[in-house]
Design a binder for this molecule. Structure first.
Ligand code: NAD
Ligand code: DAU
Length: 339
C-alpha cells in the first residue's frame, strides 16, 4: 500500500511519517512537501535512504505536477498535513493561507478523485470551532459545534474542511477529517509557543506572553495525534469528522512558568506583550466520538510529554539552532538535490 503524505517535512507530518514507517512495515510512503520556511528536510534525513520512503519537493498548489505524481505513484491513501499553520503569520499575510490551505486542498482532492484513492484524509484543527469562554468550563467542542472561525488561518482550514465534505457528498470521494487540539513534541518549529519559549529560555531572551497569558489551549503529545490519524485511516467511517484531544487544558502563562522551572530559568524573563488580534480565549475538545468508535485515548500524560519535549530540545540544539540561524535553508537545498 502506498500512502501519499503532504507536509511531511513539518512538525506533525514528520512525526507521522516516522510513526507509519514503524507501525506499517509493509507499506510505502511518498512525502510531498514544498519546503516553505516551515519545512526542514534535515528532520527526514534518517529515512531519506529508506527504500519504503520517497521525498518529492512539490507545491500542492501545482496542479499539473500533483496530477502527474498521482498518476505515477497511484497512492491508495492520501493524508494532507501541508498547510500554512501559524496564526500570527496569517494575520500578517493571509494570502498564502488561502492558496495553500484551500486551493492546495482542492488540487489534492481532484488528484485523489482522478486516481481513485481509497481514502483522502484532511488534517484539520479545533480552531475551526472558534473559541469557548473561560467562565464556561462545562463547554467543549464536539463534531456538531458550528464552525465559527477567528483568524485567516482558521478560516482557511474551515474552508478546506467544507470543501472536503462537499467532495465526499458530490463526488463520493472517501474523505475523513480529524480536528485536533494543540500539539507539542519533537520537531516543532520554534515560532510556536512551547519551542519558542524553550529556545528563548536557553538563550536567556525575553519570553513574550500575549495579553495576560490567560488563554487556554488543550495540549496533546504529537505521537498521540499520529496514532489517532492512523486509527481513523484504518477504521474511521468515510464522510465523518473526528475530534482529537486529550482533556488537557492549560493556561499559556502556566506553560511558560513550567518551562522556566524545568530549565532553571527565572520567571523574570517573562514579558507581557501586545495581545494577538482576535485572540481565541479557550480551546477544549470533546474526544468522546473517536474514543467510542475507534478506541483512541491519549497515551502520554502532559507531565511526562512536556518534560520529554523540553529534554528533546536540550538534546537536539543543532536542529533548532540551524532554524534560528537560517542555515537549515541551505541544508534543504542540499538534501533536495540528493533525493
Ligand atoms: P508545520 O507548519 O510545522 O508544517 C507544514 C508543512 O507543510 C511544512 O513542511 C511546509 O513546508 C509544508 N507546506 C506548506 N505549504 C505547502 C505547499 N503549498 N505545498 C507543499 N507543502 C507545503 O505544520 P504542523 O504544525 O505540522 O501542522 C500540520 C497540519 O496539522 C496543518 O494542516 C495544521 O493545520 C494541522 N494542525 C496543527 C496543529 C498543531 O498544533 N501544530 C494542531 C491541529 C492541526
Ligand atoms: O489548536 C490547534 C492549533 O494550535 C493549530 O491549528 C495551529 O496550527 C497551531 O499553530 C496552534 O495554534 P495556536 O495559535 O494555539 O498556537 P501558538 O503556539 O501560536 O500559540 C499558543 C498560545 O500561546 C496562543 O494562545 C498564543 C500564545 N502565544 C504564542 C506565541 C507564539 C504567546 O503568548 N506568545 C507567543 O510568542
Amino acid at each position: 500500500m502506498t500512502y501519499l503524505i503532504t507536509g511531511g517535512a513539518g512538525f506533525i507530518g514528520s512525526n507521522f511519517i516516522f510513526h507509519m514507517l514503524e507501525a506499517h512495515p509493509e507499506d510505502r510512503i511518498v512525502c510531498v512537501d514544498k519546503l516553505t520556511y516551515a519545512g526542514n528536510l534535515a528532520t527526514l534525513e534518517p529515512v531519506l535512504d529508506n527504500p519504503r520512503f520517497r521525498f518529492v519537493r512539490m507545491d500542492i498548489c501545482d496542479r499539473e505536477a500533483v496530477m502527474a505524481l498521482f498518476r505515477e505513484e497511484k497512492p491508495e491513501v492520501v493524508v494532507n498535513f501541508a498547510a500554512e499553520s501559524h496564526v500570527d503569520r496569517s494575520i500578517e499575510n493571509p494570502g498564502v493561507f488561502l492558496e495553500t490551505n484551500i486551493l492546495g486542498t482542492g488540487v489534492l482532492m481532484d488528484a485523489s478523485r482522478a486516481a481513485g484513492v481509497a481514502r483522502y484524509h484532511q488534517v484539520s484543527t479545533d480552531e475551526v470551532y472558534g473559541d469557548l469562554p473561560l467562565d464556561r468550563p462545562d463547554l467543549f467542542f464536539t463534531e456538531e459545534t458550528p464552525l465559527h472561525t477567528s483568524s485567516p488561518y482558521s478560516s482557511s482550514k474551515a474552508a478546506a474542511d467544507l470543501l472536503a465534505l462537499s467532495y465526499h457528498r458530490t463526488f463520493g470521494l472517501p474523505v475523513t477529517i480529524s480536528r485536533c487540539s494543540n500539539n507539542y513534541g519533537p520537531y516543532q518549529f520554534p515560532e510556536k509557543l512551547i519551542p519558542l519559549m524553550i529556545s528563548n529560555c536557553l538563550h536567556d531572551r525575553p519570553l513574550p506572553v500575549y495579553g495576560e497569558g490567560l488563554n487556554v489551549r488543550d495540549w496533546l503529545y504529537v505521537e498521540d495525534h499520529c496514532i489517532a490519524i492512523d486509527r481513523i485511516l484504518q477504521d474511521g467511517r468515510v464522510g465523518q469528522v473526528y475530534n482529537v484531544g486529550g482533556h488537557n487544558e492549560m493556561r499559556n502563562i502556566d506553560i511558560v512558568r513550567l518551562i522556566c522551572r524545568e530549565l532553571g530559568k527565572p520567571v523574570s524573563l517573562i514579558t507581557y506583550v501586545t495581545d494577538r488580534k482576535g485572540h481565541d480565549m479557550r480551546y477544549a475538545i470533546d474526544p468522546a466520538k473517536i474514543h467510542a468508535e475507534l478506541g483512541w485515548l491519549p497515551q502520554t500524560r502532559f507531565a511526562d510529554g512536556i518534560v520529554a519535549t523540553i529534554h528533546w530540545y536540550l538534546e537536539h540544539r543543532d536542529w533548532w539552532e540551524s532554524i534560528l540561524s537560517g542555515a537549515y535553508r541551505e541544508t534543504n537545498e542540499a538534501l533536495s538535490v540528493r533525493v
